[in-house]
Design a binder for this molecule. Sequence first.
Ligand SMILES: [Zn+2]
Length: 738
Amino acid sequence: MQLSDRIIPTPQKLNVSEETISLGAFGKVAYRVEVSSAPFSTEKAANRLKEELKKRFGCEATADASLVITLQGGDAPEGVKNPAQGYSVKAEKEAITLTAFGEAGAYYAVTTLLQILKEEDGAFAIPAFDLLDYPDLAKRGHFVETRFGTDLMELEDWKQVVDAMVDVKENQLTVSVYGCWSMQYDKRISEYIFLPFKGYEDLKTPVYKKYYSPKKGDYVFDKVNTPMAEKDYFGQLRAYGKERGVEVVPMFNSLGHNTLIPRLYPEVSAKDENGNPSNTGFCTAEPKTYEILFDLYDQIIDRYSTPDNPIESFDIGLDEIRNEFAVDPNDITHRHNAWCQCPVCKSKTRQEIFFEHAAKLMKHLHSRGVKTVYMYNDMVVEHKTKSNPEPADHSPLLKEALAKHGLLDVACVDWWSYNDIPERLSFSDLHPELGFRSSIKPWNGYYHWSHVFHPVGNVYHMLKMAHAAGAEAKRSYSSWDNSFHRPNQLQADWSWNWNGTGTMDEAKARYVRRYFPNSIEAATTAFDLWDDVTRQTNPQDPKNTLSNRRGRIFESLVYYRYSYYIDGRDYPRNYPGELLPRLRDEAEFCADVRAMQQEAEEAAAIFEKVAKENPDSAKLALRYRYEMMLYTAICRDWTTLMDLDEMAANYAESKDEAIIAQMADLAAAQKNFRLEVITLLENTKEDYLIPSHARNQTIPMQYFTDLEAYLRNTPVAELKLDFADMRHMASETFMNLR
Ligand SMILES: [Zn+2]
């Protein structure tokens, strides 16, 4: 493998020469390590270097070896961006010299050396090289949402997230600790609070586990507490991150995505036209709102700050303040407004309310030592939606408000948009002319509990804007599943070194060379198939007649989407019957689902082969194989239903009872295929991911289980076979799972 491919992210300036430097073999060390004093601490970097080398070589360095590995401090040459994170490495026959320009740079220099150093043919050898490296963006990391999966993560799971970030030289992990969404499962509003608060003991959100476990040979029906809240380990996570150069930042949403607090404390809730609490959003004219919010913020700052690791960054969210359905468990069919309608609030514009609220929170946090407060951009530069076809841009007002309150140095605007196609993004630049601090928020795909896709286009176009605007940070919108390894790596590459990482094709090809060097052609084909199955298209391009598969999968094919309430439709939704009329009418849609199934199946088979050929990345390839098996299963649900629908029509005409038996066999086959994929899931993914993933798979599995039983056990004369509505055969288990 080329040296430049081994260094992650893509390094800035690298010259490699022909000469080879031998460092010895396992149990036989041919180097010594020297650490020179520097104007900053190199202790963590030095300890990591010594510990990791000892692990790899199985013994301590020898004091009298002629080859010396030196870790030292030095001055950054001209032109180095973010010098405290920069470093150089000079690897020559007798000396490997790591020169750091700051504490983080020392850590990254060590990371680079460890990335390069691999045992090959029983020995450790590296080429001589000269490297100067530093990141384009100062902060690089992920924002991880309070959602399915994170609600079951233990401290050890979070430590692995930090480790994965250390591997790609990222330095910030933002953890959402409070967020709410509409009703989806269990007739409950989806609410999450990940920290315990004194005096607010009822602020708790349980996790329901409901799925079929092939491993246990039984259904799992369980209710547990969120480990982060119950064990209160956020402080330990912050300390673990600090030790490795990763700042762990809390995010606590307000106004939007906020139902738990206003429901439990109705006095702070936004009010409706009649003065009743709407159970969502806050009334910003109510002093109690700020008493509670500041108390909760203060508890976070007091409990999780330490003298050597104070909370200096805080994320206040403030996205998607809406008037929406299904945010009140007692009244899901009416919209509830997160914008307060009380006389005081109604006398102000939304921008006045929003900017005053944001400034109030920022000032309080700033007075508590917080230096950077992140907030989303979408209430400032509105997103284009069906109900908002001509979005407004209030960014000059934001600038004015921040300047008025002296917060221009404190606020950092977090720009998010989640499309792959530039024309579909909600903005085309970050308004650098206004001069406020900004960070970019590409996403990594997020919906892992339903299905994983790799939004490479989004990552590329968003980071392109960030570099053009001189943004200071990349803070992805994410949830954590190692199946996002590829978009996560590309995020790290493009935020560290925009020019050197290159185009989407170049970045994707480098990823394949890094992890699947023995199957470059096959792995490339497999990823191309995956990207094709989940492609987004540009609706504004008249020449583009390909279907927007990503939207179709998400809107129509996966169960997850049917967990949401939609105005005018039954709830619980008529799943899967709701889609059948469309499938009957749209031949192109049907043909495309069959084509997607075939492509996913082919990609799964290739990844299985790639796993065998690349032992170092076998686990990763098998994970990707699983994802493609899941896509196959998702498409197969619908191709099976289309076939069943046709058979039912044939039966209605011929009254041939053999058709019913064939239909039962077909239902059984899809039930078994789903079971096979759930088995694969349990053998592939981490424990914290299983319940939410398996639930979304158990629901279709249960449908085919119910269908098979119905077809086999119902007297033929009593069968009602209309696949647009088979709710009469639904079992109690099926309904309980939803
Ligand atoms: Zn109000």
